[in-house]
Design a protein. Structure first.
Length: 638
């Protein structure tokens, strides 16, 4: 039976939204290699096409360009060598810098026949037709020459390290990365300027930038940031996980035809299509209760705004009703803006707890601490958390509503809470939460290895964990007691503004409330709902700021049998982006504007269209809908 169009689209969506471990990808390659499928040739052809497109878009003539290939001894180096040979045959000036002691024999021979030059850096190298440095002095001179060649090149193709590398670069690759890349510091500039000159050289990474941890997504040492990363067969976790994902540039995935349908991914990302499917469409017999009720214990006499922002977000994100519990003065403020809100406790399908509620440490520093409990807010939060923890301990998961545990509620967290407790810390709060449980962690450690520490928080608490960032990480139970990792990088950096987290908490609370029946049947679906709430928050921020900038974008797919289709797609995107040379980054926003745009974001997703569409409808699958939500930074697609 032939697969339906729906099946094909689902498979294509998996290809661009799920990442697999290095070991899994090797297992996928094996049967193809045994059957004699020329994977290296297919990879090289894709690299050649992408390299020429990159240079053409940067106004560099590919046929006269100066190209440097950093080639390791493995398959990545072989891919790069065959591609470099193709480029050399077309007239490019190609120098291969061998960073190990050998090179792929077929690729090196092809490169030399095409007129390319090979230089070795290791005195112990055994590479035919290549000058080998003798001793430490000549090796140092060769390294300095290699660095100079890279700095003067039009394009550097980074094929030093394959997917088998564990840990930091060392030796010659590390020395090169320190000189032409970064020395290990976390990337701090995500948004390129649409008007500034691009740095030279351009960098094209093969499979993944050298220096990233393939499965963990960390940057354990020196690394080389890429303008474009061409990855083979399937996505690797480092291409989706922070902080490594921030240095990969534009992603291109070469489709080898792997069947991943039966495989469990290491990480998957939320998409517009999945988010839309988790928004409850109103029904003819609905009431305000059947559409979901969100209860909020947020804000305080010190932080009125957090209550208003979280309540507005919850009310705007597709539920029938909200209830607010807190100081009377805050309740009256909420009623003046949301007159349909109900004050006090009662029936709810989800809780949002702690946004703007002072922690115990903050209360201890207040002169009026005895009166700062916000009409018993912390007592109510503690009661709700302990009841949830007791249900989890007794195996009654789902008895009480799911709850978003934010900010001032985190210090009230019991030892274990279970998957219906959703923690939403930023890096500093995560470090404090882990520190209270015996882990010696600073916020810098969390930023350097967010997935590692989010999983650790899940292990220690049993909660579903959302760790905020330009790429937000969500970790929860997969239904079998193993961690499931999701990401969402949709939304502009303008979201990093005061109160944005309060809006996020309310938004997630609304997704949980409108899906209470789903949670009862499938508690593991909480991971999807939390990621969907984060995606919806990002879309509202994009609409409010009129920005197409985002922390992560799904890859373009290169079909080896149809390279011209890929070229035409890139040219189309470049032409559309050229009119947005100064506008795509958008403008600053306040958190209240994010909340105000939530209804439009809901409508946008449910209608299958987007107000940020540049005018082209490229198709119906998830990636096509995803792509339409982005402006290009400039006329350069990378």
């Amino acid at each position: 039976m032939k697969p339906s169009l729906e099946d094909k689209n689902r498979t294509y969506g998996d290809l661009t939204t799920k990442a697999y471990s290095a070991d899994t990808i090797r297992s996928l390659e094996e049967p193809f290699l045994e059957e004699g499928v020329p994977l290296m040739r297919m990879a090289a052809d894709s690299l050649t096409t992408v390299a020429r497109l990159m240079m053409s878009e940067a106004k560099i003539d590919p046929d006269t360009a100066r190209i440097v290939l950093l080639a390791g001894a493995g398959n990545n180096g072989g891919d790069g060598l065959l591609a470099s040979a193709d480029l050399a045959r077309r007239g490019a000036d190609v120098t291969v810098i061998a960073t190990g002691r050998s090179l792929d024999r077929e690729g090196a021979s092809a490169l030399l026949r095409a007129g390319g030059v090979v230089m070795a850096l290791d005195p112990l190298a055994t590479i035919p037709d290549c000058d080998i440095p003798e001793g430490a002095s000549q090796a140092a001179d060769a390294l300095a020459e290699a660095v100079e060649l890279c700095q003067d090149a039009d394009l550097v193709i980074d094929a030093m390290a394959g997917i088998g590398l564990r840990g930091a670069l060392h030796g010659i690759p590390a020395a090169l990365a320190i000189e032409i890349g970064e020395d290990g510091r976390l990337p701090h500039r995500l948004v390129p300027s649409a008007t500034s000159d691009r740095r030279t050289p351009l960098v094209l990474a093969v499979d993944a930038p050298s220096g990233v941890d393939i499965d963990g997504g960390t940057l354990p040492g020196a690394y080389i940031p890429a303008d474009v990363t061409v990855t083979m067969g399937a996505l690797k976790p480092c291409l989706m996980l922070p902080p490594a994902a921030y240095i990969c540039g534009r992603l291109v995935l070469v489709d080898f035809g792997f069947n991943t349908s039966a495989l469990a991914p290491t990480v998957e990302c939320m998409t517009s299509g999945t988010c839309a499917s988790l928004l409850r469409v109103p029904r003819i017999d609905d009431t305000k209760y059947s559409r979901g009720v969100v209860g909020l214990v947020t804000g305080s006499d010190q932080y009125h705004g957090a209550a208003l922002l979280s309540s507005t977000a919850a009310a705007n994100a597709n539920v029938g009703m909200i209830r607010y519990h807190g100081p009377d003065s805050v309740g009256q403020l909420i009623l003046s803006s949301i007159p349909e809100a109900v004050l006090g406790t009662g029936r709810v399908e989800s809780w949002v707890l702690g946004s703007g509620v002072p922690s115990q440490a903050a209360l201890n520093q207040m002169d009026d601490a005895p009166d700062s409990n916000g009409d018993g807010q912390r007592d109510l939060i503690s009661s709700l958390l302990n009841r949830q923890a007791q249900d989890e301990e007794e195996g009654h998961t789902g008895t009480d509503p799911a709850m978003v545990i934010d900010a001032g509620a985190l210090d009230l967290l019991p030892d274990r809470i279970g998957p219906l407790g959703i923690l939403t810390p930023h890096a500093g709060e995560m470090a404090s939460l882990l520190g209270a449980r015996g882990e010696g962690v600073e916020s810098e450690d969390v930023l350097a290895a967010p997935v590692q520490w989010a999983i650790r928080a899940w292990e220690l608490t049993g909660a579903t964990v959302l760790l905020k960032g330009a790429v937000t990480v969500v970790v929860g139970d997969d239904g079998t007691g193993q961690p499931r990792v999701m990401t969402t990088g949709f939304g502009p950096a303008w979201l990093s503004t005061a109160g944005s987290g309060d809006v996020l908490a309310g938004t997630i609370g609304a997704l949980l409330a409108q899906n209470a029946d789903l949670i009862e049947d499938e508690p593991e679906a909480v991971v999807d709902l939390v990621a969907a709430g984060t995606y919806l928050h990002g879309l509202a921020g994009a609409l409010a700021s009129e920005s197409g900038q985002a922390g992560w974008e799904a890859p373009l797919v290169f079909q080896p049998r149809h390279p011209q289709a890929f070229i035409e797609q890139i040219q189309e995107e470049s032409n559309e982006g050229s009119s947005h040379a100064h506008g795509p980054l958008g403008h600053p926003i306040r958190a209240s504007e994010i909340a105000e745009h939530l209804p439009q974001a809901v409508g946008t997703l449910l209608s299958g269209h987007t107000a940020l569409d540049s005018g082209s409808n490229r198709g119906d699958n998830d990636q096509d809908r995803e792509s339409s939500l982005f402006f290009e930074h400039s006329s350069l697609w990378f």
